[in-house]
Design a protein around this ligand. Structure first.
Ligand SMILES: [Zn+2]
Length: 442
């Protein structure tokens, strides 16, 4: 059994829409009350309130605040759980201190089990029935359908969505993807998003330029927005209607770019998986790669490169591949970049030579092999996976992963301040180098 989510757009009538907004407000108020309860209790008694204490208060709470009687009691518990999760995250140092939320930043509520709602659909358009709220038309298409388990009602960008947790049979999941047992090596890049090879054939997928295309329009609209009266909560200035209008346009465009990117990622990864069950790719650290250049002439260039890296969605491609491979029980192989150096090695003879970022073709000085740069490095990765790389007697056993993760180099000594300073300086120059010339920043 695997859990998957399916999201549908809701088309409520005006009356139901008002009802949905009312419920969202109730949940927001409960959330804030629970946060306030925790804060004041801690201030007064120096003790924190647990989730169960708050949950046990709910019946009494409903006696005083009788408007909450229309809410399904499990949804109220789920909202308290949200507060609890926010605090737990804070205690673990993962999140900020939970604060009161305004209605604009409060997305919706959760039905944690099957009570209080019913869906009349088989993964297609249909109806959603919410107790005490009403019937709502839904539209959308779930890729796979199973047994509904839980439901989130989400308000986003002025629209309502239902995100349903489904339990899906494993066999269904496996059959959903035609699993052929090919092996493919892919190299992710900015000029060509994906360079792939399976040993016999190879190809390139040109990088999409969604952000680049929309960039000018976004800039233009943002500039016009800045000229309108923006809100200032401290001075109690409300945003002008025109400011709101432009705000909407800008966010709509940003959303479009994000959707386009996601669509691209899904299409390409599905295509890759459709005929391969083993995917070999380079280990890349998108966060480090797209770190800002600290200073110097390369700052602008680096920020442009970062934009390209993020526009392709390299991290998204990898995550998506991993998830889809685990569905079919496939294998996701990461090549240790620093050890194998795919972009600097000749796939035919194993000769290593540095290339600059601008050099788009691989021409070997040793054996004369010529190939497109990214395809060449994909070929190196494929050979490495099959243990056939010339020159490097690599077997999976003698690859030490420690070398491939930079920044975790062992500090040899930490005696005097002088030594400490030296270690620190080494570290910073090293990371600087990583950003600029590491083979993974293509
Ligand atoms: Zn060569």
């Amino acid at each position: 059994m695997a859990l998957r989510r399916a999201t549908f757009k809701l088309y409520p009538t005006n009356k139901v829409n008002a009802e949905l907004h009312y419920h969202r407000k109730l949940h927001k108020d409960l959330y804030n009350a629970a946060v306030s309860n925790r804060i004041t209790f801690y201030k007064k008694f120096g003790k924190s309130v647990s989730y169960f204490e708050q949950q046990n208060c709910l019946p009494d709470f409903k006696e005083v605040w009788y408007e909450y009687k229309v809410c399904n009691s499990q949804t109220l518990q789920a909202t308290l759980k949200r507060v609890d999760i926010a605090f737990q995250r804070f205690f673990k140092g993962l999140g900020k201190y939970p604060n009161y939320k305004s209605i604009r930043h409060y997305s919706g509520w959760t039905y944690p089990s099957l009570t209080g709602w019913k869906i009349h659909s088989i993964g297609d358009n249909g109806y959603l029935e919410l107790a005490k709220i009403g019937q709502i038309q839904i539209r959308g298409k779930a890729r796979l359908w199973g047994h509904p388990k839980a439901l989130d009602i989400v308000h986003r960008n002025g629209e309502w969505y239902a995100s349903i947790v489904l339990e899906i049979d494993d066999t269904l999941l496996k059959n959903s993807r035609s699993s052929e047992n090919g092996t493919i090596a892919i190299d992710l890049g900015c000029n060509d998003a994906i360079a792939w090879t399976n040993g016999e054939e190879n190809g390139l997928v040109p990088a999409p330029r969604f952000l680049r295309q929309a960039e000018q329009t976004i800039k233009h609209l943002s500039k016009r927005k800045r000229r309108k009266r923006s809100p200032n909560f401290k001075k109690k200035v409300k945003a002008s209607r025109r400011w709101k209008k432009f705000q909407k346009l800008v966010s709509k465009l940003n959303r479009k770019v994000a959707n386009q990117r996601q669509n691209f990622v899904h299409q390409e990864t599905t295509r890759i998986i459709s005929s391969n069950s083993t995917v070999v790719t380079e280990k890349l650290e998108v966060q480090k790669m797209s770190a800002k250049a600290k200073k110097g002439k390369r700052k602008k260039q680096k920020s442009g490169l970062n934009k390209s890296i993020l526009d392709v969605g390299m991290g998204m491609i990898k995550e998506s591949l991993k998830a889809k491979l685990s569905d079919i029980g496939g294998l996701f192989v990461e090549v240790p970049t620093r050890k194998v150096k795919p972009s600097q090695t000749c796939p035919k003879c194993g000769h290593q030579e540095k290339k600059s970022l601008a050099q788009r073709t691989h021409v070997c000085n040793n054996c004369g092999y010529t190939q497109q740069r990214d395809i060449a490095s994909a070929e190196v990765m494929l050979l490495w996976h099959f243990n056939n790389l010339q020159g490097l007697g690599t077997s999976l056993l003698d690859v030490d992963d420690s070398g491939s993760t930079s920044g975790t180099r062992k500090r040899k000594s930490a005696g005097s301040m002088k030594q400490l300073g030296r270690v620190k300086r080494q570290k910073s120059t090293l990371t600087g180098l990583d950003v600029e010339t590491s083979p993974s920043t293509k």
